[in-house]
Design a protein around this ligand. Structure first.
Ligand SMILES: *Cc1c(COP(=O)(O)O)cnc(C)c1O
Length: 358
């Protein structure tokens, strides 16, 4: 049979790789360890039973956007919602990227920036983080001056390192860039600072987009819902590339209801942070290098040649514990990333590591 060729620029591209292995303890994709509150689920089922599924959804997601606007103290015209923040990133690339334009990221970081940018036919430029996995002012300036990116992706706190960006660095990116600055705050509720403050201040920048997701802190990875806060002129431009009715009515309801449970979410974030501290301490006691995290995961490295990252990853898998193996990523040689799970899962993970390394 004849197989028609895919796009020339896709031939050399690999897809997104995060193995979905069937294990007992899944600590590899930074999901929340707890389901959303019981009351949320009950109210969701109740509202869904009254939904007119024969009708198309509200194309502008007006009620959900108004609720999000209320949460962030901005105008609904400054909110864009989509199927996960990945669809937000894709919409940004389709609107401001395209053939020959440059997207910049700072490695190591979330792999989807370059992946999505390439699929939108952009040229990807990868700056490098410093030894603390922060974006230095020098490196930022170098990338901005050399490549004049149409889109610059910053991730705060950064996945997979857990390090936040400083407000000063984001401010500098906004000053130096002639293009868009996207700050991905998928783990924003864990951090001390949010770039949303820039958008709420007097004279908000015209080129800043802050993305958020329901996948992590909201315990709703299965719902595929994300959004961004951006100047309204940007949100209007998105309408040109986004598919009509892309956000279904079920998730519009789910997102709006979730926002009635902000304090439960905050408490969950606190519980996860306590557990994260426990994990960080245990890993250090095992002699592993640990980077201080402001998210729901911990990056660590074994410097013991007897126990390289790959081996630890396999030994954990033998015990039905799956973490993320980052050891082949740029600047992450020997590194593994563990998502903070339930207290019991974390104890089992720590116990297994002690067994493996001892
Ligand atoms: C998990 C994650 C996302 C979430 O993507 P969704 O499509 O909303 O599930 C976005 N950015 C980063 C950095 C992440 O780690």
């Amino acid at each position: 049979m004849n197989r028609p060729p895919v796009r020339d620029d896709l031939v050399a591209m690999a897809g997104y790789h995060s193995p979905q292995v069937d294990v007992e303890i899944r600590l590899n994709t930074n999901e929340a360890p707890e389901p959303p509150p019981e009351m949320f689920m009950r109210r969701l089922l109740d509202e869904l039973s009254q939904l007119h599924l024969n009708r198309y959804p509200d194309r502008t997601s007006s009620v959900l956007r108004a609720s999000l606007a209320n949460l962030h103290e901005v105008d609904p015209s400054e909110i864009f919602v989509a199927n996960g923040s990945n669809e937000v990133l894709q919409t940004i690339c389709l609107t401001f990227g395209g053939h020959g334009r440059v997207a910049a990221s700072f490695e190591p970081t979330y792999a989807m920036y370059s992946q999505i940018a390439r699929s939108a036919q952009m040229n990807v430029v990868e700056g490098l983080r410093d030894e603390h996995y922060r974006v230095s002012v020098n490196e930022l300036d170098r990338v901005m001056e050399t490549y004049e990116p149409a889109i610059t992706f910053l991730c705060s706190p950064n996945n997979p390192t857990g390090t936040p960006e400083s407000p000063e660095l984001i401010k500098r990116a906004l000053e130096r860039s002639s293009g868009l600055v996207v700050v991905d705050e998928a783990y924003g509720q864990f951090a001390k600072f949010t770039a949303l403050d820039f958008l709420r201040g007097p004279e908000p920048p015209e080129s800043l987009i802050v993305t958020r997701t329901f996948s992590k802190t909201w315990s709703m990875a299965g719902a595929r819902l994300g959004y961004c806060v951006a100047p309204s002129w940007i949100v209007e431009e998105f309408d040109k590339v986004v598919l009509p009715y892309h956000v279904d009515s079920i998730k519009q309801v789910a997102g709006r209801l979730a926002l009635d449970f902000v304090s439960e979410m905050d408490e969950r974030v606190n519980r996860i942070s306590v557990e994260r501290t426990k994990i960080e301490r245990a890993l250090r006691e095992l002699g592993l290098v640990v980077w201080p995290s402001e998210a729901n995961f911990v990056l660590f490295r074994s410097t013991n040649p007897l126990f390289p990252g790959d081996l630890i990853w396999e030994c954990l898998l033998d015990r039905s514990i799956l973490v993320r193996n980052c050891s082949s990523w740029p600047l992450l040689e020997g590194c593994l990333r563990v998502t903070v799970g339930s207290p019991n899962e974390n104890d089992l993970f720590i116990g297994a590591l002690q067994e493996i390394i001892a």
